[in-house]
Design a protein around this ligand. Structure first.
Ligand code: ADP
Length: 214
């Protein structure tokens, strides 16, 4: 885990807290010859990262936890089910043309493909572009022919960490993951039903939400 880079003033605050803990922000401000308001952003960063702990009416103390742990704990507590959204799913027999219409109508970049309620594939914008460049009649070909198929589909389940989903998106260089549950009524080992999706947009929205909280 990478250590957070601190400013000189933040390092100074930590030193003072270590020497004088518990110490109030008024006290810290007077020792550093600045106003309390000027210290506020630094103290916010130091408490948010878990380096310092703020105890009401007592003051700041140096945390025994490793410095990244609060943000780390916060991120690791967010599950796929907290950030997933509705998937757009088409049947394997849908024509490429109808699937492209679906892509536009639902304003998504990836469609997931099912057959009898079971996930069988995924198809992206570039898959459609590649097909279009080939010049084949898109009214005649079903998406099942051009999609990426199972078992090559990267999936997540709703109890996995949102962080793990982000890693999968980066590692596999894909835009979207289907959120799945095991299909118990199917004999196949890797038979999944689609219950949601996590895309780069969901991850970006999460980042925005985290920014609002701080
Ligand atoms: P684009 O091709 O529009 O940039 P992606 O990067 O998501 O979109 O897709 C890259 C390739 O990966 C495509 O061929 C697509 O069919 C496939 N793909 C899309 N989603 C998944 C997934 N969840 N698992 C495996 N392959 C996928």
């Amino acid at each position: 885990m990478k250590k957070i880079k601190l400013s000189q003033r933040q390092e100074g605050i930590i030193k003072l807290v270590k020497e004088h803990e518990p110490i109030t922000s008024e006290h810290l401000a007077s020792k550093l010859n600045v106003t309390r308001a000027a210290l506020r952003p630094d103290l916010a960063i130091l408490t948010m990262t878990g380096i310092l702990e703020a105890k009401p009416k007592v003051g700041y103390t140096y945390s025994k936890k490793p410095s990244y742990s609060l943000i780390y704990d916060y991120i690791r507590n967010i599950k796929v089910k907290d950030i997933m959204s509705q998937p757009v799913v088409v049947n394997e027999a849908t024509t490429v043309y109808d699937a492209i219409v679906n892509l536009f109508l639902n304003d998504v970049g990836t469609l997931f493909v099912e057959n009898n309620g079971i996930l069988v594939g995924a198809i992206s914008r570039k898959d459609f572009l590649k097909f279009a460049m080939g010049g084949t009649d898109m009214h005649k070909v079903p998406v099942g022919i051009i999609m990426t198929r199972m078992p090559n589909i990267v999936v997540v389940n709703e109890e996995e960490d949102a962080y793990e989903a982000a890693i999968k998106i980066i590692e596999h260089e894909i835009d979207s993951l289907p959120v799945v549950i095991k299909a118990t009524d199917n004999d196949k080992k890797d038979a999944f039903k689609i219950i949601g999706k996590v895309s780069k947009t969901n991850i970006t929205k999460l980042l925005v939400k985290m920014g609002e909280r701080s």
